[in-house]
Design a protein around this ligand. Structure first.
Ligand code: Y12
Ligand code: CO
Length: 173
C-alpha cells in the first residue's frame, strides 16, 4: 500500500526519529508499505519520517549497472550506526520530500554501516560511492536533517525562492 509522502517545508521532517525495539509483524507490514511507496514514487531511498512515522528505519534500492531496481537488492536498515567514514564525494542528490530539486552535495566517500534487519539480526556492511551517499542522505532524515540544509547560503536562498515559486504554481493548477 502506497503511503502519502511528507513534503518540505512540513515541520515533521525536522523530528528526530526513535529507535525500533519491536521487530514484529506490524514493522514488517510498515516496511512493505515503505517499499511500495518508494517504488511507486520512483525513489531510490526512503526514511520512515518521510511517511510520517518517526522511527529509525530506512530503505534503499540502488539500481544495478543496467539501471534496474530489484527487490533482491533491497536494503532494509533499522537503528543504523555509521563508523570509519573516509574521503569525500560530491553527488547530485534528490529527495522525494523535496520534489523536483537536485543539488550537488558533499558526503563521505566510504563508510561502515552497522544496522538491524527486519528480524532484529545485526549486520555490518562497507559502502562506497552512490550507496554511501544514499545511506548518509537517509540517516540525515532520521536526525531531522534534509540535504538542502547542507547547501551554502547563496544556493539555499536561490532554492527557497524557486521552491516557493513552484509551490505557488502547483496550488494554482
Ligand atoms: C543518491 C542521493 C540521494 C538518495 C536519496 C533518495 N532520493 C530519492 O529517492 C529521490 C527521488 C526523487 C524522485 C523524483 O520523482 C521522479 O523522478 C518521478 C523526483 O522528482 C520529482 O518529484 C518531480 C525527485 C526525487 C539516493 C541516492
Ligand atoms: Co530524502
Amino acid at each position: 500500500m502506497k503511503l502519502p509522502i511528507v513534503v518540505y517545508p512540513n515541520k515533521r521532517l525536522k523530528e528526530i526519529s526513535k529507535e525500533v525495539t519491536e521487530f514484529d509483524a506490524s514493522l514488517h507490514k510498515f516496511l512493505d508499505d515503505m517499499y511500495d511507496t518508494m517504488i511507486e514514487s520512483n525513489g531510490l531511498g526512503l526514511a520512515a519520517i518521510q511517511v510520517d512515522v518517526a522511527i529509525r528505519v530506512l530503505i534503499l534500492s540502488i539500481p544495478d549497472e543496467e539501471g534496474e531496481q530489484s527487490y533482491d537488492e533491497l536494503l532494509e536498515v533499522i537503528n543504523p550506526v555509521l563508523s570509519n567514514m573516509t574521503g569525500t564525494i560530491v553527488y547530485q542528490e534528490g529527495c522525494l520530500s523535496v520534489p523536483t530539486f537536485y543539488e550537488d552535495i558533499e558526503r563521505y566517500e566510504k563508510l561502515t554501516l552497522t544496522y538491524f534487519d527486519r528480524h532484529g539480526k545485526k549486520n555490518v556492511i562497507e559502502a562506497e560511492g552512490l550507496l554511501s551517499v544514499a545511506i548518509q542522505h537517509e540517516i540525515d532524515h532520521l536526525n531531522g536533517k534534509l540535504f538542502i540544509e547542507k547547501l551554502p547560503y547563496g544556493r539555499r536562498k536561490k532554492f527557497e525562492k524557486e521552491y516557493k515559486k513552484l509551490q505557488k504554481q502547483k496550488t494554482r493548477s
